[in-house]
Each structure stands twice: as structure tokens, then as C-alpha cells.
Design a binder for this molecule. Sequence first.
Ligand code: ZN
Length: 226
Amino acid sequence: MLRPVLLACMALFLCIEWGPLNAERARWGIASGDPFVPEIALTFDDGPREHGMQELMAALSPFGVQGTFFLVGKFADRYASVTAALHAGGHAIENHSFTHPKLYTLWVEKIVRETERCNEVIEALGIRRPRFMRPPGGSWNLKVLNAMRRMDMRLGLWNINSADYTGKSAEDITALILRKAAPGAIVLMHSGVPQTVSALPGIVHELERRGYRFVSVQDLWNCGAI
Ligand SMILES: [Zn+2]
């Protein structure tokens, strides 16, 4: 008797805490843009890193492509000149918390503080206040959502995971992204991964050939998020 009740409670809990974005919540986050508009956002988490950032920017600049960088606040502070260079290069700067904790394990106050501290570092460099927060690991629950509501920020998620953090080759990263690319896609990649840097020119070249434009997550949101 107890076991079905327990299972039902667990199912309800999981559904509430980690369910997909439903119609009501969709306004508070974005995982993809308009599926009828050939635009794609390339996003890079966990930067700025000590190494590899110049190479990453150099891989994108010949195409005039700007990415969306979800920065970890303590790194944005430590490598402030790199943060400034990203901004100067026209890349969009968004929030990936201050210390990269599992946000869903924290109380709302602490989630707000983690997010605000990252915003403060970015604003102190003269960059506009981030509008999107990507929770570390992409994990979020109602507490994270409530914290974002309180700060009038949005969750910035993705719908194509390059899995470039697994050590896979540039060829595999390229193949995965080109296979899944679709209008409105938000692609998850990471700063400081050499294979990602190697893969980018081929990815951008092929997607441009297919008629895609590269935009920021904010641009996709403005175009009509779903
Ligand atoms: Zn991360």
C-alpha cells in the first residue's frame, strides 16, 4: 500500500521539479527559437578560460559570427581582460552563475546571490546586465525558476548538446551538430575545448551554405521564443 503512494509522490515531485517547459513556464526561459526562421545561436559555457579563448574568437571572426557566452562569474572576474575582449568582439555575454554550483540544491536566496554576483562582475566591466542565466549542468527546478522571476531574468537553455566536454573529436562534434541543425536551434558548446575550436570553421561554413544566420540567444528570444 505504501509503495504505490511513495512512487506516486516521487513521480509528482519529479514532474514538478524537472518537467519540460510547459506553456506557462515557457515565457521564463528559452531552449530554442522560431522553428520557421533559419537562425542558429552558438553558445559557449564555462568561460572565460585561461587558455584557448583567443583561438575560439579567432575561429569565429573570419565569418563575422558572434556567439553567446555563458560566463562563470569568478572566471569573468579573474580573466577580466578576456571578458572585455569577448564583449569588444561583439559576442553576447550571459550568466552561468558565480561559482558553478548545482543551483537546484540551493535555497532561492543563495541562487539569487550566485546569479547576482555573476551579473555584478559583468556589469562592473561596463557590459550590459545579462538577461539569461544558464544553470550549471542545465539542471533547474522551481526554486531556480523563482529566483529568475525575482531578478526578471530568463533561463537560457539549449536543444542541441554538442557534448564537446566528453573529449570527443572535432569530426564527431561537427557531425553531430550538422546532423541536428535546424531553424531556431541553440547549440551548447564549451569554452576552452581545442576540438571545438577546430570544429567551428567547418560547422559555420556548412551551416552558412545551408542558409543559416548566426544570432544571439537574445535575438532568438526577440524573434519569438517557444
Ligand atoms: Zn557549466
